[in-house]
Design a binder for this molecule. Structure first.
Ligand SMILES: CC(C)(COP(=O)(O)OP(=O)(O)OC[C@H]1O[C@@H](n2cnc3c(N)ncnc32)[C@H](O)[C@@H]1OP(=O)(O)O)[C@@H](O)C(=O)NCCC(=O)NCCS
Length: 287
């Protein structure tokens, strides 16, 4: 499209971004979180504009060290398949590269062909798949969090036998990134790391989610008995608080059957995701 430009979003655009997202999907989560993304420190929010009208948007962030994150790509239904999604993504990659990003990640619904073809054509690679599952509330299980010293947990996280990114017992979102010290520091500060009593498994809940509203486990690694203890511990918390428990995990057979045994709901059709990744430094000559 000749008369289309991509520029930084401003808070004045918030309402129009909201309208854009809701055109296609009245339940879209992006309008709710867009102002939070706008207020973030290491974020970049871009909009595509044609004839004064906002027809596309995207957000990215340097999430930890040199790891970047992309989310919220939306193009108005009337303007799709004209290269706008691609241009937004390229502009975002360029911004994040200039902000110090090296590896960029995103999650895409496994059946979202439009989005997958957009990134694959830009030379993103499929890194892994994960499944989102929810547990039915139960108040019966009462496994209490165990306190471990910071040093012991760090050893556990960095220890080769159970490093999430190597063993891939289960992981999702930021934890499969480099598990940088910065990320781990934040997790400690926010008390989002939980370790099994045998010290052989750990789980991390989302840094941003309010545990009084939802418990969202974004990374788990370790050996089966410890993982089972952790799952039961979160189920107990969720039951007590009366909140939803969401677990994102790899397709690992052992882990999935453990969740079946604990009567987690089977994954929904839209609960299958692809993690995609691109090394920005390989392609920075494009910018
Ligand atoms: C995903 C989305 C942003 C793509 O925007 P877009 O402007 O149509 O994308 P582009 O025109 O740049 O298309 C990029 C490539 O993907 C392909 N593509 C786009 N839509 C497609 C579809 N529905 N099915 C198959 N391929 C598709 C295009 O053909 C193009 O390849 P080409 O260059 O070989 O023709 C848009 O479809 C959208 O807003 N979808 C709803 C929201 C969403 O799913 N966002 C992503 C969340 S992760």
């Amino acid at each position: 499209m000749k008369n289309m430009l991509i520029r930084k979003a401003t808070p004045k655009d918030d309402e129009r971004v909201k309208a854009l997202c809701l055109t296609d999907n009245p339940k879209d989560f992006v309008p709710g979180i867009w102002p939070v993304w706008m207020a973030g420190k290491n974020t970049t929010n871009l909009v595509a504009v044609a004839d004064g009208r906002i027809i596309g948007c995207i957000y990215g962030e340097i999430i930890s060290g040199h790891d970047a994150w992309a989310q919220g790509l939306r193009v108005h239904p009337d303007f799709r398949k004209r290269g706008i999604g691609t241009k937004l993504m390229m502009a975002l990659e360029s911004d994040l590269f200039q902000m110090g990003g090296k590896d960029i990640y995103a999650n895409i619904g496994a059946f979202n062909e439009a989005s997958l073809s957009t990134v694959l054509k830009l030379k993103w690679r499929i890194d892994t798949h994960f499944i989102r599952r929810r547990s039915k509330p139960t108040g019966r299980l009462q496994n209490q969090p165990v306190l471990f010293s910071r040093d012991r947990i760090l050893k556990l996280i960095h220890g080769s036998p159970i490093l999430a990114s190597c063993k891939k017992v289960a992981y999702f979102q930021r934890a499969y990134f480099s598990m940088t010290n910065h990320y781990i520091d934040q997790a400690f500060r926010k008390n989002t790391i939980r370790v099994s009593p045998d010290g052989r498994a750990y789980a991390i809940t989302d840094l941003e989610t309010d545990p009084a509203k939802k418990i969202w486990v974004v990374a788990m690694a370790g050996e089966a008995p410890g993982i089972q203890w952790l799952l039961e511990s979160f189920m107990g918390d969720a039951g007590r608080l009366g909140v939803e428990l969401v677990i994102d995990s790899t397709k690992n057979h052992l882990l999935q059957s453990l969740m079946d045994k604990l009567q987690f709901c089977p994954p929904e059709k839209n609960g299958h995701y692809v993690v995609v990744k691109k090394d920005l430094s390989e392609v920075n000559t494009n910018f």
